[in-house]
Design a protein around this ligand. Sequence first.
Ligand SMILES: Cc1cc2nc3c(=O)[nH]c(=O)nc-3n(C[C@H](O)[C@H](O)[C@H](O)COP(=O)(O)O)c2cc1C
Length: 510
Amino acid sequence: MQTTTPVSELNMAESLRMLSRPVHLTAQGNSNESLQGYAPALLPEQLGDREFCSDLGIRYPYLGGSMAKGISSAAMAEELGKAGMLGFFGAAGLPLAEVEAAVDRLAGSDFPCGFNLIHSPHEPDLELALAELYIRKGVRLVEASAFLALTLPLVRYRVHGIHRQADGAIVVPNRIIAKVSREELAEKFFSPPPDKFLRQLVDEGSITREQAELAALIPMAQEVTAEADSGGHTDNRPAMALYPTIQSVAVRMQAKYGYAMKLRSGLAGGIATPAAAAAAFAMGAAYIMTGSVNQACIESGTSDEVRAMLAETRQADVTMAPAADMFEMGVTVQVLKRGSMFPMRAAKLYEIYRSCAGIDEIPVAEREKIEKTFFQASCADIWQETRSYFQTRDPRQVERAERDPKHRMALVFRWYLGQAAHWAKNGRAGRKIDYQVWCGPAMGAFNEWAADSFLAIPANRRVATVARNILFGAALLTRINILRYQGINLPADALHIKPLDDTQIKEYLA
Ligand SMILES: Cc1cc2nc3c(=O)[nH]c(=O)nc-3n(C[C@H](O)[C@H](O)[C@H](O)COP(=O)(O)O)c2cc1C
C-alpha cells in the first residue's frame, strides 16, 4: 500500500521529490473534500516501456550509446549494468583483438550489456569479422549503426540460432537495436531480413531452410533508436520532428507484418537533462539513449584533458567538421570547437582536397603552412607512414594511391583527421589545439543544468550517477507537469530540479 504524505507537513518541493508517494494537494491541507490536485507516485523505472526493460533484463529504460574507440568503455558498460541500465561497448575503430578482450571481460557479468556493430562501407571485411566475432562469442545484443542498407553479416548475426520452441513460439537469440536518423532505414530494420540474404545464407550452409522460413516472420530489429542531433556522426535532425516519425514507422510496420513481437522505438540525441528525458518519454519513447554526456564521465575511455574541455562546453560550442572515415564524400561529424582548431583545420583540408588534384598541386605556401602548423610533419613523411599502415591493413589503398594522386592526398589528410581523435583520446600534450572530440549540444545542456552543483566537477561525473539524475529528474518533472495541467501554480523552488547525490536519490526513492 502506498502512503500519502500530506503536503502541509512538508514543503511542496520535498513532497514532489518523494517519488514513491502520491501527492494530494488540498485547500486546508488534509481534507479530501477540497482536493485541488493529485500527482501519482512515479518511479524512474515506470518511465518508458516496462516490457522493453524486462525483455532486456534491465530495471531502467536508459541505454548508454556506443562511443567509438572504446570511449564507451567496458568499465562504463559495467557501471551502467550494475545500476540496472545498459551500456554498449564502443567497438568502432578498434582492432578486433581489443573488441574481443572487451567481450571476454564482460562475458561473465551478471547484468546485460551490448556491443556496437558498425557498418564499414570501406572495410566490409572488418564488418564481417566483427559480426562473426559476436556470433562466435555468443554476444546476444548489438547496437547496429551507420547502416545505409542491410548487409549479409548483419542478417547472419540476427538469424543465427533462430528456432521454434515446443509451444510454437519463435525464439531469436540475437537482438539488434538499430540506430537510425532516417525513416527509410527504420523501415528496413522493422522489416524481415531480405529474402536474397536468407537464400544466400541457406546456400552457404549458415542456416537451414526451416530457419530461413522462421526468419521471414521476424523483424531485423524489434527496437529502433531514433538518433536526433547528437555527437559524432549525425544528420542533425531535431528530436521533436524525428521521434514521432520513427514511432509512426513502427506502428505502420507492425500493422503491415503482424509480428508476434511488439515493435518499439527509443530516442537518442540531445538527451542529457531531466527535461529532455521527460520530453522523450512524453513523446512515447520506449527508452532513452545518451552519448555526449557519458564521454564526460570518469569511466569513459577518453583523457582527463578531454573531460576538462567537456566540462567547459556550452550549448553553441559544437560544430560539424569533415569525418575521417568518409572524408572524400563530404561526410561530417559533430565535434567540439571550443578550445580546438580541429574543425577549422579539417574544413581547410577538405577545401584543399576539393580544389587540388594531388599534393603536388597544392600552392607551395599553402602546403608548407599545413605541413608546419597542422601536421607538424611533411606530406612525404606522412605518406610513408600511411603507406606502411595500409600495406598490412588494406594494400588496395596503396595500389590506388600510387596510381591516383588525389587518393594519395585524401589518405594523407585522413591521417591528420584520424590522429586528431587519437591525440584527444590519449590526451597528447602539445596537440591540444588539434583535438578532435565528438560531441553534441547535449553536453552544453548538461553543463548548464549541473552548474554550481557537485556534477559540475569532472571527477564527480560518474556515469550511473548522471543517469540516475536524468531519470530521477525526468520522473519529478513529469509529476510537476501533472500538477501544472490541473492548474496548480507551483512555487519556484518546487519547479527547480537540481542534481542530487546517490544517497539523496536513494532516500527520496525509499
Ligand atoms: C564521442 C562519441 C563517439 C560516438 N561513437 C559512436 C559509435 O562509434 N557508434 C555509434 O553507433 N554511435 C556513436 N556515437 C553516438 C552515441 O552512441 C549516441 O547515439 C549519441 O551520442 C546520442 O546523442 P548525444 O550525443 O546528443 O547524447 C558517438 C557519440 C559520441 C559523443
